[in-house]
Each structure stands twice: as C-alpha cells, then as structure tokens.
Design a protein around this ligand. Sequence first.
Ligand SMILES: CCCCCCCCCCC/C=C/C(=O)SCCNC(=O)CCNC(=O)[C@H](O)C(C)(C)COP(=O)(O)OP(=O)(O)OC[C@H]1O[C@@H](n2cnc3c(N)ncnc32)[C@H](O)[C@@H]1OP(=O)(O)O
Ligand code: NDP
Length: 279
Amino acid sequence: MFEKGLLAGKRILITGGGSGLGAAMGRRFVELGAELVICGRRLELLEDTAEKLRSDLGGKVSAVQCDIRDGADVDAMMDAIWREAPIDVLINNAAATFIAQTEHLSFRAADAILAPTLHGTMYCTLAAGSRWIEARRKGVVLSILSTSTITGRAFTVPSAMAKSAVLAMTKSLAVEWGPKGIRTVAIAPGAFPTAGASGQLRPEGRDENWASRNPLGRPGEHRELADLASFLISDSAGYINGEMVVQDGGAHLRSSGAEDLLQWTDAQWEKQRAARARS
Ligand SMILES: CCCCCCCCCCC/C=C/C(=O)SCCNC(=O)CCNC(=O)[C@H](O)C(C)(C)COP(=O)(O)OP(=O)(O)OC[C@H]1O[C@@H](n2cnc3c(N)ncnc32)[C@H](O)[C@@H]1OP(=O)(O)O
Ligand SMILES: NC(=O)C1=CN([C@@H]2O[C@H](COP(=O)(O)OP(=O)(O)OC[C@H]3O[C@@H](n4cnc5c(N)ncnc54)[C@H](OP(=O)(O)O)[C@@H]3O)[C@@H](O)[C@H]2O)C=CC1
C-alpha cells in the first residue's frame, strides 16, 4: 500500500508499545523504515517485543521502562532518548480503562484511569514538544483516542473524559505548535480486539454480538490501524493538523458501544464487583 521507505529516517517513540495496538503500529513503522523506541512499565514485555521486531524485520528497536504517570520518569526517558538522538514522532498510545458503574468508583479508581490516560499523555507531549521547540526541530504527535470523544461512553467515564481532553489538546496544539513545525493528529479507533481492551472492557467475555452491531459486521484489524497511523505521521500527511480520524467501521454512528452493559442487572454488576474483589 505504501512506498517501502515511507518512514525512513524517522525515529518514533510509542508509549505502551510493548503490547496490543502499540506493538502493531511499531511493527508497521519498522517495516516502513522507521527507527523505533517503545516504552511501558513492563520491561520484560518491551524487551520481548523489541527483540521480535529486530529478529523479524532487522530494524533498530529499543525498549525503555517508563511509567508515564510520573513526570520525572518521563523526563528521564526523554533525556536518555535524546542523548542518543531526538525522536521525530511521538505516539501517545498508553492508556488504561475498566468498566464500572460510575457511582461505585473511588477517587483512587478514577485517578487510576486519569493518571496515565490524561496526565501521562500530557507529560509525554510536553516533554517531546518542549525539546523540539528548543531545538527548532519539526515533530509529529499522534494520539490514540476513542469514539467516546464523540459519543461519550457509559460505564467508562474517566476514560471518556481523558480521551476527550486529549482531543482538546490535539486541536489546541495544532494552532499553538503548528507555526513551530509540530503537527498534532489523532485516531479514534472502534473495537480492535486486544488482550488489554477485551480483558478490561468485557472481563467475562459477555456481548459476543457486538461485531454484528457494527455496520461492517467485523472488528478492526490491527494492520488497518497501523496503516492509518503510518500515513498520518508520514510527510504525505504534512498538511493534516489538529484532526482526529475515526476508524470504527461506522459503529459510532449507530451506538456508543456500551448498550449491552445498560442491560446488565444490579445482580450482574454485583457479581462483577465481587469477581474483582476475589482477583
Ligand atoms: C473489545 C470489545 C470492546 C467493545 C467496545 C468498543 C469501544 C472501545 C472503546 C475503548 C476505549 C479505550 C480503551 C482502552 O483504554 S483499552 C486499554 C486497556 N488496557 C489497560 O487498561 C492496561 C492498563 N491497565 C492498568 O494499568 C490497570 O489494569 C488499571 C490501572 C486499569 C488498574 O490497575 P490496578 O488494578 O493495579 O489498580 P490499583 O490496584 O492501583 O487500583 C487503583 C484503584 O482502582 C480501583 N480499581 C481497579 N480496577 C477496578 C475495576 N475494574 N473496577 C473498579 N475499580 C477498580 C482499585 O480498587 C483502586 O481503588 P481503591 O484503592 O479505592 O480500592
Ligand atoms: N483495542 C481497542 O479496541 C481500542 C483501543 N483504544 C486505545 O488504543 C490504545 C492501546 O490499547 P490496547 O492496545 O487495546 O491495550 P493494551 O492494554 O495492550 O495497551 C495499553 C498499553 O499501555 C501501557 N501502559 C499502561 N499504563 C501505563 C503507564 N502508566 N506507563 C506506561 N505505559 C503504560 C501498557 O503497558 P504496561 O502495562 O507494561 O505499562 C500497554 O502496553 C489505548 O490508548 C486505548 O485506549 C481505543 C479504542 C479501542
């Protein structure tokens, strides 16, 4: 679909690049010639992913342990990366979510989602952007959001709040940092099954019918998201700034994705809380 060297010469940091969609994007970026840095909290997972990419594709891939909820950790990671070479692209992919009736969320539970998804994303964007601006370098920030930025989403309220805030960041910085050579763009994926998303959003595997409610009758393929991301960060998309591209098969036009949970009885929610308390 793309020229082989579409991303040649680009050094890209993917937060949460050790698993799921982050790993899928990383693979595609390396195939297209990019140099990759992936970060997350689980170093072993990151090292395994990086090693697999190196052995499969022969590219340059490195792994850094970083908890993006901690600003000092983010700064230390960026300093270490910059000591080797600056990045050209930041992918804000790391995030957290779980389903819960909102009135049962403790403040700590809300913070468990807001801290990585909102604050961590802001820290990474600030850390990369300030370095680019100081060095008068160009850059691209691509944030992986959600269609909850359009519809809201019942039972994952802190995630919907955080993703909407990052969309506001994307639009605001397009104007503020565009003149400095930095583009900010976003993708709103629909359902792209990953162990992380399925485990958090449908922990008991309920709602097998969600695919049939999608206008295209299927979930997204990781490769499809990785291709869209590759285009958006490439120079071919150099005039796209401040935009969020929805990639959900048209699902948000029918529903927000939480309708099955609205049918849950109090007993089912009680069971959900009890199962979590046991785990
Ligand atoms: C695929 C089918 C779906 C169809 C729908 C389509 C639409 C999809 C739209 C999706 C949008 C966004 C998706 C994603 O973000 S997917 C990514 C999912 N991946 C992750 O979440 C990975 C990262 N996760 C984590 O780091 C942890 O799992 C998490 C932070 C979420 C929880 O970590 P942990 O359990 O270790 O947290 P703590 O022990 O520190 O607890 C902190 C407080 O939070 C409370 N808590 C934790 N889990 C729950 C829960 N499930 N329900 C309620 N409360 C919870 C916990 O009790 C602590 O609070 P208290 O101290 O007050 O008890
Ligand atoms: N899959 C889907 O259907 C959808 C996904 N999305 C978005 O796509 C992105 C990827 O999700 P997905 O691949 O499905 O799920 P994963 O759970 O696989 O990805 C989340 C990644 O974020 C990392 N992460 C979480 N917390 C932190 C932290 N504090 N510091 C650093 N890294 C962290 C995790 O690594 P570690 O635990 O090692 O830190 C993990 O690699 C997310 O932004 C999600 O909201 C949006 C809509 C739908």
